[in-house]
Design a protein around this ligand. Structure first.
Ligand SMILES: Nc1ncnc2c1ncn2[C@@H]1O[C@H](COP(=O)(O)OP(=O)(O)O)[C@@H](O)[C@H]1O
Ligand SMILES: [Mg+2]
Ligand SMILES: [Zn+2]
Length: 511
């Protein structure tokens, strides 16, 4: 007979429904046929299903079976179809009768002994099942935490094929697994590091506060040991707390990539990713034969740190352009296009010269001006165009380092940043823009008016540093953010003066 089981596959970070159909012939003994473009993994699945079915005390018939995974035009990946295939086989061969099958979606990899193993993308799957109005989803116990945050459907975590059959035939009772979303968000929103650990460097902390407040990308230039990496790592801790929507979206990326830790329901702290400069284009932007999210997506709603910026291949950095512009990455394949979200703040660091000590008062630099210029010239122009703040991080002052007093904690800075972001959200509420850094020319004209003394300061800076038109816009945006941190409606002279300080490279300190 013919049996139909509902399952779900993932594509990008979204899930889509898959129907697993199995037909068992009563008269034909010519083996098994798999249809619906299953990849090698789904074929291997049949071997596991055979072992799991027999080791669970059922028969794997030798009658001809036709197994179809629909829709046929989607590539099915991964072992998550083991469980639905097994249950469909048991139903089609009339070993079980399970009317509940119509109401639940099934997903899970099978171990040879019939135990269920975790699958990737359980959060997206559960969300999709809710969207389709299903009663629930049956999945491996290890995926319970991830899927349990989805309200409005039953999340049934089970351990073995036998338990699944028991549940479907009303021999096993299992309550829906619930994770309180708000509670999970609160419980996992704690960072391991804090700004209070950074001594001194007040100027840089302020620059990072401005960056966080307006969503401005940052470039830090300074000698080795100045604390650039330490500062960068702490940028996520001063960004506004993640909203539930943001946490769910970032979690989906980690969930489809199989990166959730056991027992973890949500990614509720903003990610910090620091790929090595040898990272490949695919590693950075995502892609591959079986598409996977790259670093730009793993930093979604968080921070991407590029340390030793001149060491990255220009060609590799080129791939940042689309994700930075659009907030998502599109990966095209012959038959399909996958999209991953990629809204991140970029923070980059570099030494001021090849040896690193050009700006260090205590160590001597042996680089020639030509070497320094060649080194700085390696920074990709288009990338530099997307960076609003350029600051010099001086070697850390010994007295500051010895000072036992703690710096301002991240929580206080974060409150300041959050207030500034709230102002921006209200300002841009009818647009797609959400922070000052993303203002287009029209918004810039409307919200960054300056006149009187502020205007005089800016135009004289333009002249004395021969700033470009691009630098001018960046200074305006930064001034807007600094005014927002100040709670000021109008951009004033002191806001502009501070903004000009964040354009170190434009001020030709190196040329
Ligand atoms: N301002 C600072 N306050 C406290 N410790 C610091 C500070 N700056 C540097 N350090 C210490 O020096 C180490 C090296 O700093 P790091 O961030 O790796 O420098 P960089 O990335 O600029 O080479 C840090 O791990 C930290 O222990
Ligand atoms: Mg470093
Ligand atoms: Zn040097």
């Amino acid at each position: 007979m013919l049996a139909k089981v509902i399952s779900t596959g993932t594509f990008g970070i979204e899930a889509y429904p898959v129907e697993v159909e199995v037909n068992v012939s009563k008269v034909d003994f010519t083996g098994t046929a798999l249809v619906g473009l299953p990849d090698a993994a789904v074929k291997e699945s049949l071997e596991r299903v055979r072992a799991a079915v027999t080791n669970s005390g059922y028969h794997f018939r030798t009658h001809r079976m036709t197994i179809n995974l629909a829709p046929a035009d989607m590539r099915k990946e991964g072992p998550s179809f083991d469980l639905p295939i097994a249950v469909a086989i048991l139903t089609a061969s009339e070993q079980i009768v399970a009317p509940k099958l119509e109401e639940y979606a099934l997903t899970g990899e099978l171990a040879l002994d019939g135990r269920l193993r975790r699958v990737n993308g359980a959060l997206s799957m559960a969300l999709r099942c809710r969207q389709e109005g299903r009663r629930g989803i049956i999945l491996p116990e290890e995926n319970a935490e991830e899927a349990g945050v989805v309200e409005g459907i039953e999340v049934i975590p089970l351990r073995t094929l036998t338990e699944v059959v028991g549940f479907l035939t009303d021999h096993v009772v299992m309550e829906s697994y619930r994770v309180d979303l708000a509670q999970a968000l609160g419980a996992s929103s704690h960072y391991e590091v804090d700004f209070s650990e950074v001594k001194g460097q007040e100027h840089i902390k302020r620059a990072l506060t401005v960056a966080a407040a307006g969503g401005h990308n940052v470039l830090m230039i300074g000698p080795p040991g100045a604390g650039k990496s330490m500062l960068a790592q702490r940028l996520p801790t001063i960004l506004p707390p993640m909203t539930i929507e943001e946490a769910l979206e970032t979690t989906k990326v980690y969930s489809v990539d199989g990166l959730m830790r056991a027992g973890q329901s949500l990614i509720a702290t903003r990610p910090f990713r620091a790929p090595h400069h040898t990272v490949s284009e695919i590693g950075l932007a995502g892609g591959g034969a079986v598409p996977k999210p790259g670093e730009v997506s793993l930093s979604h709603h968080g921070v991407l740190f590029l340390d030793e910026l001149p060491q990255f291949e220009r060609r590799t950095l080129e791939v940042l352009r689309q994700p930075m512009e659009d907030g998502h990455v599109t990966i095209s394949r012959a038959r399909m296009t996958v999209t991953y979200p990629s809204q991140f703040m970029l923070i980059a660091a570099l030494n001021p010269c090849p040896c690193g000590y050009l700006t260090d008062p205590k160590k001597e630099c042996h680089c020639s001006p030509r070497q320094v210029q060649a080194y700085m010239g390696r920074i990709s122009g288009p990338l530099l165009d997307r960076i609003d703040i350029q600051v010099e991080v001086p070697a850390v002052n010994y007295r500051d380092l010895r000072n036992p007093a703690e710096g301002e904690p991240s929580s206080i800075i974060r409150e300041r940043v959050t207030r500034a972001r709230d102002l921006q959200r209200a300002r841009f509420k009818d647009t797609k823009t959400f922070c000052n850094a993303r203002m287009n020319n029209r918004l810039l004209k409307k919200h960054c008016k300056i006149d009187g003394p502020a205007e005089t300061v800016l135009s004289s800076a333009m002249q004395s540093f021969s700033l470009s038109a691009r630098a001018y816009t960046k200074i305006l945006k930064l001034s807007r953010t600094i005014a927002d941190l100040d709670g000021a409606e109008e951009i004033r002279t002191e806001h502009v003066t501070e903004a000009i300080q964040y354009r170190s490279l434009d001020r030709n300190l190196w040329a």
